[in-house]
Design a protein around this ligand. Structure first.
Ligand SMILES: Nc1nc2c(c(=O)[nH]1)N(C=O)[C@@H](CNc1ccc(C(=O)N[C@@H](CCC(=O)O)C(=O)O)cc1)CN2
Ligand SMILES: Nc1ncnc2c1ncn2[C@@H]1O[C@H](COP(=O)(O)OP(=O)(O)OP(=O)(O)O)[C@@H](O)[C@H]1O
Length: 198
């Protein structure tokens, strides 16, 4: 099977697996708790964070805590032309959001932000492996984003989404960390990195 087909298969499996995770709200609160203790979070001046849809790890509490701590917050916005853009938000009052493409929540009033404006990006996942490879909905938006900006990338996932191996292609960007309800997962060096030849 080629990589694309394997990813498609994994995506279906992982979506079903994530939807079956019990107590997602409780687990999301535990994940938020771990994130708030991260030095990278505490040091961040501005964060980029998705607004959860479907069975994703919830982020409302995390975003609200960041705003309360005086951090600036950016959310992704897929516009009608299908491109990924970004908007600053000042608070997280649901009345200020509407439904955008793919069922995502987007601010009613867009205040444009650009990659490079924030130092920490929270990435929604369908699956991840210990090398920091991830799989998302398959539109390539986050690969593009992480490729465009110098940002620390933290994946948010339930532990059930960990896979032994996520196949990857040259455009795939690795995460710096993955936080699950069980804690902060260390990313192990890829065997293809020069580390092993030292
Ligand atoms: N919360 C969130 N916002 C995000 C993303 C994401 O993965 N999650 N994106 C990441 O790229 C971008 C939007 N891209 C997306 C691309 C495809 C689907 C998608 O296939 N959605 C399913 C329904 C998902 C569900 O209900 O669990 C669908 O439309 O069938 C969603 C978002 C930017 N905003
Ligand atoms: N930096 C990029 N530039 C152009 N195309 C890209 C880039 N990154 C990914 N793509 C394209 O996007 C598609 C989806 O990529 P991939 O299978 O890695 O999705 P994914 O990582 O699951 O999705 P996402 O990033 O949306 O969560 C692929 O067809 C790929 O060719």
């Amino acid at each position: 099977m080629d990589i694309r087909a394997t990813k498609r298969y994994l995506r279906r499996e992982l979506l079903a697996r994530r939807a079956q995770v019990e107590d997602r709200a409780v687990r999301s609160a535990q994940i938020a708790h771990h994130v708030l203790a991260l030095p990278a979070f505490q040091a961040a001046y501005a964060i980029h964070c998705y607004l959860a849809i479907g069975s994703e790890v919830e982020t409302a509490y995390l975003i609200s805590a960041a705003l309360t701590q005086g951090k600036a917050v950016v959310v992704p916005v897929v516009t009608d032309d299908g491109r990924l853009r970004h908007s600053w938000i000042r608070d997280i009052d649901m009345a200020d959001f509407t439904t955008g493409s793919h069922g995502t929540l987007i601010p009613r009033r867009i205040i444009p932000a650009l990659p490079g404006d924030w130092d920490l990006t929270f990435v929604p996942l369908l699956g991840f492996d210990r090398q920091g490879y991830r799989i998302g909905y398959g539109k390539g938006y986050y690969d593009q984003l992480l490729g465009a900006a110098t940002t620390y990338a933290v994946g948010l996932a339930f532990q059930a989404q960990e896979c032994p191996f996520i196949p990857h292609e040259p455009h795939d960007r690795r995460l710096d960390l993955v936080v699950t309800e069980e804690g902060v997962g260390e990313i192990v060096a890829s065997p293809s990195l020069p580390l092993l030849s030292l």
